[in-house]
Design a protein around this ligand. Sequence first.
Ligand SMILES: [Zn+2]
Length: 129
Amino acid sequence: MNLKKSLKPIKKKIQNKDKLYNTIRRVYTHLSELSNDEILDYYHVASLKELEQHIEHIKTVLKLQIENYEEELEQVDACFCLDSYGDFKYLYLQKKEAEEQIKFTLKTKRIKLALYPCPFHCGWHLTKI
Ligand SMILES: [Zn+2]
């Protein structure tokens, strides 16, 4: 068996895999220090496949967004981030607003939340700790 030859497709796959992570690190500078696993966490996806699907979804939406730019301007309080159930995440335009929600949820539901910046730079999202 030619080991070198048989390893080739695997090597190529790994390169493609890193390519997506590297693209994300380059495009979203606030993610540039994150490891591959941390990037998966950030997008609330469990695997590279889900990450690819999420990115494809973002690309499709962004393409539509440019086509409907005028309409989109009136909907600045929305972004395209999905939660772990595939629903759109609630966007907080003000950091203060998100912080108040964290306090409120902890007080009323005893659930600890943390805020993080929206990858589209639209505002802030909350996530369970
Ligand atoms: Zn977002």
